[in-house]
Design a protein around this ligand. Sequence first.
Ligand SMILES: [Zn+2]
Length: 428
Amino acid sequence: MISAQEFLATVTESQWWDEAKLQAWQRRLLAPLLTHARATVPFYALRLNPVMRPDGSINWERWRELPILTRDDVSRNFKSMLSRRPVPDHGRLTDVSSSGSTGHPVTVRTTGFLNMMAAVCNWRAQQWAGLDWSKDMVAVMAEQNRQPGTVLGPWGPPWLAQAKKGRMIYTTYDTDNHLRLDLMADRRAAYLAATPGGFSVLADMARAEDRRIRLEAVLSRGNKATPFIQQEMAEVFGARTIEQYSSKECGTIAHPCAAGDGWHVNAEAMLVEILDDNNEPVAPGEEGRAIITPFGMSAFPLIRYDQGDRLVQGGPCRCGRILPHFHEIAGRVRDDFLRPNGEVIPDLSMEARVALGAGRWQVAKVGEHSYEVRYVPRDWGTARDPARFMALFRQAFYDEAVVRCVEVTDLALNANAKFKERTLEWHP
Ligand SMILES: [Zn+2]
């Protein structure tokens, strides 16, 4: 397995490679993955036949004949998708689960190789964003049986002198938010890494308690950081919001372009295809399904995996990078509400929030066509306009959708960082 140090050196250069060189790199990682999957994973024993020549070489011309792997396939075939002989060199194997609002939670087995590539691609994106690895970061992390506030050492590439000075401060989703704010203040942390919902809860608390805490940036993962949340981060903490697009199954998939226009795929770590309903690649400007093949998933290969996201194909990017480019993540279906025709319901606009006179809110699906908007009132300096809100709601959702708006004073303020702006509470 290539070391993190070597891989960072590679991706620092390869972001400027031409298409042919990038494709050659991808095929160098894909070919052994395909051969390994076919030889050691029962699920793939026959599935990869279209691209396998009798002499064992790969016929790339026939790549698009490989069937798309759905979340449903993955949830039904966990055992047969496991490699019988995981690559010993690919590091620690970890089972991770991701739950989907559309009904199919999936469990996959990740490798150290996948996680290394995800970490390195993150570092490259942090360089794009101009982050300083020598500064401190408060992070909201999975429970590790440590005291909140434990200093975990560097969060940048640990072999770099500059990054050695940076400290990551451990907190979990369950850490009391007062303590989290204290840690941010006491450590003079420059960065906070968490989910958008967690950011908005902290912002509400900091505002309510008139705490003046400055951050340079918040690093957002999980759901989309809505314009409201980004605005809150700027207002309350003076922080810009840096997003990433990732999944537990595929690692870090893409990051915002350094030139501020759209997203770049981590093409050195995975193949991302954007396909229409006939499984044909879409043209620039068109939306399609993201079909992902992560090169590091050798213990549980995901070959042409449809994890349920829709992307808008980009074109040549003005930054000059050849890395595949797309414009927006049209819906992260795993956390989204769907119209009866299956379309993803977009986030309600900032205008809707102002019309309702709402600050932080939570939109819950509470019945087949029933929704509840729980909101903390906010004075936006304009008159509230409930009729306008209703019109905007109907426009974003659908005609049969019914909404009830409930004013609340405390919206999971003290609870934890698991707060979500959208939540599914109807389980038929
Ligand atoms: Zn770019």
